[in-house]
Design a protein around this ligand. Structure first.
Ligand SMILES: C[S@@+](CC[C@H](N)C(=O)[O-])C[C@H]1O[C@@H](n2cnc3c(N)ncnc32)[C@H](O)[C@@H]1O
Length: 158
C-alpha cells in the first residue's frame, strides 16, 4: 500500500497495486473513531445542510479542476480498468475528470446524499458510469477491492 498525503486541504491517495490484503474500513474506524473523534463534522445532518444551503462552487474547498488529485492518481500508475474510489467525494469534479481521462471503474462515496445529487445532476448522461455510495466511510464495506482510495479534505476531519 502506498499513501501519498498532501498538505493542501489534507489529501491522500492510498494505492493498492495488488489485491489489498487489508480491510481498510475497520482500520479507519479504529484509528479515527474509537479514539472519540467522530463528531458533528462527520454527521450526515451537518453535511446535508451544507450541500442544501450552498451551490457546489460556493464552498471554500471548491476546485474547478482538482489538478493535484489528478496528478497523484496518475502517479500511482493505476490502470484504466482498475477501481478508484473517491471517499468523501461530495460534489467534487474529480470524477468528471477521471471519466474524461478514460477510467472505467469509478466510485464516489459520501455521507451526504445531497452532495452526491449535485455530482449526479452535473454528470447527466454519464451518471451510470459511476458507482455511488451514500455511506459513512467508517462503516462502509466495499463491494469489491479498489486499487486507489482517494480523499481530499475528508480524513483530516476525523
Ligand atoms: C470538505 S468536503 C470535501 C469534498 C471533496 N473531497 C472535495 O475535495 O471537494 C468534505 C466531504 O466529506 C464528506 N464526509 C464527512 N464525513 C464523512 C464520513 N464519515 N463518511 C463519508 N463522507 C464524509 C462530506 O459530506 C463532504 O462532502
Amino acid at each position: 500500500m502506498t499513501w501519498v498525503p498532501a498538505s493542501a486541504h489534507g489529501m491522500g491517495v492510498h494505492h493498492f497495486p495488488h489485491d489489498d490484503p487489508l480491510r481498510l474500513t475497520p482500520l479507519l474506524h479504529h484509528v479515527f473513531c474509537v479514539r472519540g473523534h467522530c463528531d458533528s463534522m462527520n454527521s450526515k445532518e451537518h453535511w446535508n445542510q451544507v450541500y442544501e444551503a450552498k451551490a457546489p462552487d460556493d464552498v471554500s474547498w471548491y476546485q474547478a479542476r482538482p489538478a493535484t488529485s489528478l496528478k497523484f492518481i496518475e502517479a500511482t500508475g493505476v490502470g484504466r480498468e482498475q477501481g478508484i474510489i473517491d471517499v468523501g467525494g461530495g460534489a467534487s469534479l474529480l470524477v468528471d475528470f477521471l471519466l474524461d481521462a478514460g477510467f472505467k471503474r469509478l466510485a464516489v462515496l459520501d455521507i451526504s446524499a445531497a452532495a452526491l445529487e449535485h455530482a449526479k445532476r452535473r454528470l447527466g448522461a454519464r451518471v451510470g458510469e459511476v458507482a455511488w455510495f451514500v455511506a459513512d466511510v467508517t462503516e462502509f464495506t466495499p463491494p469489491h477491492r479498489f486499487a486507489v482510495w482517494h480523499d481530499r479534505a475528508v480524513f483530516h476531519l476525523f
